[in-house]
Design a protein around this ligand. Structure first.
Ligand code: NAP
Length: 544
């Protein structure tokens, strides 16, 4: 690791996190002469891709699109080995970007931000770190990611278990070898669906505990071809521009027909053709899959039939065929050989939908009175998404108001960017922005540019404080829910709805109107003199 530069205790901006968001903000700030401190809990950069090292971890957005677009030389030069990148390749890329732009010396590694208190008298955020350092900042930016607080359910007997335990989102850096072991995987979300086929190849026996089945589409991943990479590189300028206004921040071939307006033969032909292509673009087979239950049912049944055809044991096949939610309303999974894995002799699926795990024991766990013994248990049990990482920091705003208190009935933001009562605090891809319902890099770049431009605007105009107006925030919170309820998303018990964390308020957290629609709203807000925000100047404060 490079030598650290001298670190100031009063800066313009404190950034939490050195993942894709924190790194780009650090780069923008440094280019504009904005002083920063950037704190990262890990001992390396990359955020999600630093922590999620589980076997099979891979991005389901294509490599040519899951990459920064802010620097043309970077996107022209970087070589992606596969259509969909594995974790190690993405981590190598993030490390390259960090060093290419000289960011590493400006990051405090292995340092958590524990508290951030807004000091109204000085209009400064007072930051406290896990190393006991105190730093004052004009602006405080949470860039710690949306899916970065791993959760292990509080199973009874958790501490009694003597074997090895792992969480997919906190995977060890050294290689984990399951050869010869009896392994359990708890959970069947995106992480599990990627890890299970790889673990099954190593383990002597693998038992998968499934609560709700998930829909998964084959990735059809393959080595990158020079023709494909070349077509992207030659067209990057236009393609990136298009991505920024695309519904999910990715270029997808959306079929602009209703699934119900075509004949059954055409519908099946369309699904079949897209199944062959693979990937989550499958959802773009028709334009009403996420808004019309009848249309959705046609796609869901097509996928259930694929699962039934793939899995040889009919009982297992039926258990794996999801029936609890419309397809796409929980994050659509993308896999390599997931359903085929259940045809192996060493893999067993245990349905815990009606009889949950009773408890963990010294040597394994118990379900419905049946005792299982394992050498290792893998928790693929997900994350306290969207709000968990924000709540891990003791954040208090004006009048000592805690963010946890203000958001006790659910996140309250204006544009997913700021919350009233927390002046000069920004969230990158916060709740109420497209965030997890988009290509994260497209959304990260948009938010970072907006935050950096706003800080520069304030500096240039002699403005010292920015805060959303309560009415603007109230209207945005309502709008996010109104838009969500025009879709099928609220019908699922998903982490988008906070349903995976006991006691978490149930409401749809991301903004689902689309990346392009959202970007246009942000552009209009800025063009309209930051409509819905209020600023205070230095002079106004002196007069108080
Ligand atoms: P997840 O989607 O939340 O899945 C967690 C799994 O654990 C679910 O199957 C859940 O069952 C189960 N579970 C949770 N608590 C349980 C309990 N008490 N008992 C039994 N089972 C329990 O988490 P994830 O798979 O880590 O994925 C999180 C998100 O990260 C994804 O949705 C995606 O956005 C992102 N991700 C992306 C990729 C990619 O790009 N390819 C890969 C991995 C992750 P229920 O469904 O019944 O709640």
């Amino acid at each position: 690791m490079s030598d650290q530069v001298e670190k100031a205790s009063t800066v313009d901006v404190v950034i939490v996190g050195a993942g894709f968001a924190g790194l780009y903000l650090l780069h923008r700030a440094r280019k504009q002469g904005i002083s920063t401190r950037c704190f990262e809990r890990g001992d390396g950069v990359g955020g999600t891709w630093f922590w999620n090292r589980y076997p099979g971890a891979r991005c389901d957005v294509e490599s040519m699109q899951y990459s920064y677009g802010f620097d043309d030389d970077l996107q022209q030069e970087w070589e992606w080995p596969e259509k969909f990148s594995g974790q190690a390749d993405i981590l190598a890329y993030v490390n390259h970007v960090t060093d290419r732009f000289g960011l590493r010396p400006h990051i405090d590694f292995e340092t958590e931000v524990r508290a951030a208190h807004y000091d109204e008298s000085q209009r400064l955020w007072q930051i406290e770190t896990s190393l006991g350092e105190r730093v004052a900042a004009k602006h405080f930016v949470m860039a710690g990611g949306c899916i970065s607080t791993a959760q292990v359910p509080k199973f009874e007997g958790l501490d009694d278990y003597k074997g090895s335990t792992y969480h997919t989102g906190l995977w060890p850096h050294e290689e984990v070898n399951f050869t010869g072991q009896r392994v359990a995987v708890i959970g069947t979300g995106s992480s599990a669906i990627q890890a299970i086929p790889v673990i099954a190849e190593q383990a002597a026996h693998l038992t998968v505990f499934q609560r709700q089945a998930n829909f998964s589409i084959p990735s059809r991943n393959h080595p990158m071809t020079p023709e494909y990479a070349g077509a992207w590189r030659n067209g990057y300028a236009d393609k990136r521009a298009e991505m920024r206004y695309a519904p999910n921040g990715v270029l997808r071939d959306l079929n602009n027909k209703s699934a119900l307006d075509v004949s059954e033969a055409e519908r099946l032909e369309t699904y079949e053709a897209r199944w062959k292509i693979g990937g989550s673009g499958f959802l773009a087979s028709f334009n009403d899959i996420m808004t019309n239950k009848q249309a959705n049912d046609t796609m869901a049944e097509f996928v259930r039939n694929k699962i039934r055809q793939t899995v040889k044991d009919p009982v297992t096949g039926e258990l794996l065929a999801p029936k609890t939610h419309p397809i796409g309303t929980k994050r659509l999974c993308v896999d390599t050989g997931y359903y085929e894995t259940y045809n192996r002799d060493n893999v067993e699926l245990v349905d815990i939908s009606t009889a949950p795990i009773d408890r963990l024991t010294e040597s394994g766990l118990m379900v419905n009175g049946r005792r299982f013994e394992f050498d290792s248990i893998v928790f693929a049990t997900g994350f306290d998404a969207m709000t968990g990482t924000l709540f891990n920091v003791d954040i208090t705003g004006r009048d000592g108001l805690a963010l946890t208190k203000k958001w006790e009935a659910g996140p309250r933001t204006y544009l997913g960017l700021m919350s009233q009562g927390f002046p000069n605090m920004f969230m990158i891809t916060g709740p109420g922005s497209p965030s997890v319902k988009s290509n994260m890099i497209t959304s990260v770049e948009q938010h970072v540019d907006l935050v950096a431009d706003t800080i520069i605007h304030m500096r240039d105009q002699g403005l010292e404080l920015i805060e959303p107006a309560l009415e603007a925030e109230d209207a945005w919170v309502d709008h996010v829910q109104v838009v969500a309820h025009k879709t099928l998303f609220p019908q699922a018990n998903s982490w988008y709805m906070g349903a995976n964390i006991p006691g978490k308020p149930r409401l749809f957290m991301p903004y689902i109107a689309g990346v392009g629609a959202y970007r246009k709203i942000c552009e209009e807000v800025v063009a309209d003199g930051y409509r819905g925000f209020r600023f205070e100047t230095k002079k106004a404060m002196a007069a108080e």
